[in-house]
Design a binder for this molecule. Structure first.
Ligand code: PMP
Length: 319
């Protein structure tokens, strides 16, 4: 039975969006119909989460600075001029959550795209852009892991010679969309994509981590993956907090079939164990100890239960 691997709330809307330096009411945040499609060819975005504190109303943005750093880098690589720097965007995210009175788990989505009338499909360099920050609630799967079934896709991950996968650009998601649609049609929950060299790359919206003989192995950042912040978090926790060996290298498809554990990691999917790949059970077909350990540690970190020794949390509210 297919499980829903992403929780997205379509009917909840914030009272305010942040748009080009101002807070605008949701209903007033409109754009001309002309911009649909054209502008998104060169649009970039981010996705990050704020988790509610354990026994307080505090809300902690997780790795805000790193997400906003990647955002400005995505714009730079896409040669889109943003009117705001990393720190201004960080402040805007905090202020948006305050302005909307958010005190629950919330997903934050900043995005930028060509401003005004856009008729050129090949949006020129450094056109004027709009920057918007949206947010919506999500239900976490942390501490209640469910396994998913995945299949290796016949669609290859786009690579750096085609359009850079390390850029978080809307247009890159057409590639993942093809893989996801194919997986769903085949009765799977998600896809695993190979890179241009036929080596393992990542999932449509998350990175892939394998455990074999007690070691963590994951495709390197030159395997056509997004430079995932959750991947970095999980590898850091594994090394430093769980004393596990971590190897980042090229991964063969056949290694996936011999893995003791396999899981996706990403902001949206958090940690999502793969219990079956291409019809083969992963390990003993259950959720393994490394996934469980990472899940527990990650949940403690994002909710401020564990001391924030790495400066990963940004509290939203003055205590
Ligand atoms: N790969 C892709 C293609 C993604 O869209 C995402 C989600 N942003 C990830 C990996 C995971 O990245 P992060 O951990 O920074 O959310």
């Amino acid at each position: 039975m297919a499980i829903n691997v992403v929780t997205i709330s379509d009917d909840w809307t914030p009272e305010f969006l942040w748009r080009n330096g101002e807070f605008v009411a949701w209903e007033q945040a409109t754009i001309h119909i002309n911009a649909v499609g054209h502008a998104s060819v060169a649009g970039v975005f981010e996705g990050l989460k704020a988790y509610k504190g354990d026994d307080s109303d505090q809300l902690y943005l997780f790795r805000l600075r790193e997400h906003m750093q990647r955002y400005v880098e995505s714009a730079r690589l896409s040669r889109l001029h943003l009117d705001y720097g990393r720190d201004e965007l960080c402040a805007a995210v905090v202020e948006l959550l305050r302005r909307n009175g958010i005190r629950r788990d919330i997903y934050v989505r900043p995005y930028s795209f060509a401003r005004g009338i856009v008729r050129q499909l090949m949006v020129p360099e450094n056109v004027a852009t709009e920057t918007v920050i949206d947010c919506w609630p999500f239900d976490t799967s942390l501490r209640s892991l469910k396994g998913c079934k995945a299949a290796v896709s016949s669609w290859r991950r786009l690579d750096d010679t085609i359009t850079p996968p390390r850029v978080k650009a809307f247009s890159n998601y057409h590639n993942g969309r093809f893989a996801m649609m194919e997986a769903k049609r085949g009765g799977y929950d998600s896809a695993i994509m190979l890179d241009g060299n036929g080596k393992v790359s990542e999932g449509p919206a998350s990175c892939l981590v394998m455990v074999r003989n007690g070691r963590i192995v994951t495709p390197s950042t030159t395997s056509s993956i997004l430079e995932s912040i959750t991947r970095d978090t999980m590898l850091t926790i594994a090394r430093e907090d769980m004393a596990l060996e971590v190897v980042e290298r090229q991964v063969d498809r056949s290694e996936l079939y011999l893995a003791d554990e396999l899981f996706f990691v990403g902001t949206a999917w958090e940690i999502l164990p793969v219990i079956e790949i291409d019809g083969l059970a992963v390990g003993d077909g259950g959720i393994g100890p490394v996934a469980r350990g990472l899940d527990a540690r990650y949940a403690d970190l994002v909710r401020g239960r564990a001391p924030d020794t790495r400066g990963w949390l940004t509290p939203v509210w003055d205590e």
